[in-house]
Design a protein around this ligand. Structure first.
Ligand code: PMP
Length: 418
């Protein structure tokens, strides 16, 4: 049977008719259809925070799906899991009284936050504040605004005009934010969106003081700070939503992935009391936005069960506790000349960058490294010039050793053919 499944972000002319089928999973391991075992060094796409095979989540999903699988939440309709999860998330958010807007995933969360930033300013009589500033290397999903906010040039190429009112700044320079605001005019800027650790764009941790500095700049210029915590939330960098690590209080926080550890799709936005107020206090001021499955009860039930596990097992803190160990395990890549940089050290996130000389000679080098590691029983994620690591928060040090030696052996195999 020829596959009809078109894979996201994938070169289907190369994937060809024989997709690599994963059949089952448990904790940090996965098995293919021939029974070969692999270590999941990327928590799938950065989201499997509690590890695979949690029957507690599966049972919560089953129980909810039998009772009320789904119903609309438009108007005054609601359901118990959405109420419970929103309450849990609000209680754990950096600002008491925050409101939670649920959507289907991270991309929708970014659209929601960007539209809400603009809508907030129009609601308070500043409709000309429309620009959203973002960083080079950033990734904010594949929807309209999110694509326009991409700091990865390949992700906007070939799609024609993007949303005009966006502005890119260099990755690490907080002063560049201030300069962009001055250039555009603070009266024209609605928000600044920032991943605490840039993920898909290459795994770039923030420079010390960066997050604190941009938070202050946003405040000074009356610009909403939007922290995109889609990867960094739910323990990935050692705190619940991620901004807490830097002691900052964003106006909006986008989340997805780790909220359910991916057991079912779910995303959302934490809306600070300041931004929520015009809508929650003035009848007739409506945020005319929201997808069909906002507050999907079965997805929210998965979220509630997942957060209970994260907290009961101390997994939120583990993202920070193990960050040094992950980075140390990636240091096995250091001796190889085809490696130009090893990044990480903030949360369970890391990357090994291949040198431009090697990639010039071997444009498929990143994929070759992924294949070498796969043949040694470890899954890693390919980025444009690096491979990424973001294991489940349940990872143990012996698993990190497995990653470390598979990495060294794989690089050795590639270097011998370089
Ligand atoms: N923001 C960030 C920081 C992400 O990493 C991602 C997904 N990798 C998204 C947004 C988009 O999320 P989704 O793929 O669930 O739409």
């Amino acid at each position: 049977m020829t596959s009809a499944f078109w894979h996201p972000f994938s070169d289907m002319a190369k994937v060809g008719p024989n997709p690599f089928i994963i059949e089952k999973s448990d904790d940090v391991y996965l098995w293919d259809k021939d029974g070969k075992r692999y270590l999941d060094a990327t928590a799938s796409l950065w989201y499997m925070n509690v590890g695979h095979g949690r029957s507690e989540i599966v049972e919560a999903i089953y129980d909810q799906a039998r009772k009320l699988p789904v119903y609309s939440t438009f108007g005054d309709f609601s359901n118990e899991p959405a109420e419970t999860l929103a309450h849990m998330l609000s209680e754990r958010s950096p600002e008491p009284g925050s409101k939670i807007f649920f959507v289907g995933g991270g991309g929708e969360a970014v659209e929601t936050a960007a539209k809400l930033a603009r809508r907030y300013f129009s609601a308070i009589g500043k409709p000309e504040k429309t620009y959203i500033i973002h960083r080079h290397h950033s990734y904010h999903g594949t929807n309209g605004l999110g694509t326009s906010l991409a700091g990865i040039p390949a992700n906007t190429a070939g799609f024609g005009p993007m949303v005009r009112e966006t502005e890119e700044i260099p990755t690490h320079d907080a002063e560049a934010l201030e300069a962009a605001v001055v250039r555009l005019g603070a009266d024209n800027v609605a928000g600044f969106i920032v991943e605490p650790v840039i993920g898909a764009g290459g795994v770039y941790p923030p420079m010390p003081g960066y997050m604190e500095a941009v938070a202050q700049i946003c405040k000074r210029h009356d610009i909403l700070l939007i922290v995109d915590a889609v990867i960094c939330g739910f323990g990935r960098i050692g705190t619940f939503f991620s901004p807490e690590r830097f002691g900052i209080k964003p106006d909006l926080i986008t989340f997805a992935k780790g909220v359910t550890s991916g057991y079912l799709p779910l995303g959302g936005v934490v809306v600070s009391p300041k931004v929520a107020a015009p809508f929650w206090e003035n009848p007739g001021t409506v945020f005319r936005h929201g997808p069909t499955y906002a507050g999907h009860p079965t997805c929210c039930a998965a979220g509630v069960a997942n957060i209970k596990i994260l907290e009961r097992e101390g997994l939120i803190e583990r993202g920070a506790q193990l960050e040094g160990d992950l980075l140390a395990s990636l240091k096995s890549a250091e001796p190889f000349s085809i490696v130009s940089e090893i990044r990480g050290g903030v949360g369970l996130l890391g990357a090994v960058e291949l040198s431009s000389e090697y990639l010039e000679k071997h444009p498929q080098g990143v994929g070759l490294l992924q294949n070498e590691m796969r043949s040694r029983g470890v899954f890693v994620r390919t980025l444009s010039t690096a491979v990424a690591f973001s294991p489940p928060l349940t990872i143990e040090r012996e698993h990190l050793d497995e990653i470390s030696s598979a990495l060294a052996d794989s690089l050795s195999a590639l270097e011998s053919k370089a």
